[in-house]
Design a binder for this molecule. Sequence first.
Ligand SMILES: Cc1cc2nc3c(=O)[nH]c(=O)nc-3n(C[C@H](O)[C@H](O)[C@H](O)COP(=O)(O)O)c2cc1C
Length: 303
Amino acid sequence: MTVQFLGKILKNPMVLASGILGNSKDILERVHEQGCGLVTMKSIGPEPRDGHKNPTVIDLGHGMINAVGLPTPGHLNMENEWKELEKRDFPLVASVYGGSVKEYQMVAEYVSSKKPDFIEINISCPNSEQHGMIFGINPQSSHDVVSAVKKVIDVPLIVKLTPQAPDIARIAKVCEDAGADAICAINTVGPGMVIDIESRLPVLAFKKGGLSGPMIKPIAVRCVFDIYRTVAIPIIGLGGVSTGEDAIEMIMAGASLVGIGSGVRYRGMDVFQKVADEMETWLLDHHLSLEQIKGAAHKENGE
Ligand SMILES: Cc1cc2nc3c(=O)[nH]c(=O)nc-3n(C[C@H](O)[C@H](O)[C@H](O)COP(=O)(O)O)c2cc1C
């Protein structure tokens, strides 16, 4: 089930989401070998950061809550990883974040010199210059960060959006106008909180965290649906996918590729091949191709 994405041929439309399996070449290579068309690295930030205290990730059965806190060695401290990753023979997305437009630009320019196939900017981070407001909920700061990064990189740019934006489709359009080559939607939903009633305390050390996995899929599908109506660039649909039927739903909402994060926990590292096979079976059973179902939910009466 090969697909074209921004000039590259991928063996299937499945994408490993950022932050799920780290940055080691061996692990990312294994995911690709086990059926993932495109793999995304953990987000890389400007300064070394430990992240939050444990517990940081809790499985709620119907999804997960996490407050990992974007741990990163810092962009200048990954020479060993890059040396290995330069020898890869699989398509790679490097994910970048910062606390200001300048930081995004600095990290993205450096990461671009390491020649990933794509750069994704995670704009779900607080903007230090705007009193901690999340970049991706504000059209102006989304525009500023995308246009600044676009100027300094020489690989296609994917912008990863947050469902916290009151109008995610408007943010997507602003990002497209500022030079984004693709949109990835969505990051975790929240923040949420879970309290252990015996200890009477929040289960996460950081207390609040982002929700992911099956419980957020309807929100992710709605976001992809809204974005597809607004932009012409391709969309990576992400959020709550763990089966072939989930992936078909994302494609019908308008996604070109389908990401999986929490699904790796639920179905193992070979979830990508399982989901690709399940999609293929569904398409064969229905005598349809991927192209025929893309955006199908937008057509009146399913025509
Ligand atoms: C433990 C954990 C860590 C994550 N770290 C990152 C990250 O570093 N950068 C990022 O853009 N998204 C990060 N995410 C968000 C995922 O990439 C994804 O957008 C989200 O989990 C929704 O997809 P899912 O329901 O398939 O998990 C993380 C999610 C989880 C569960």
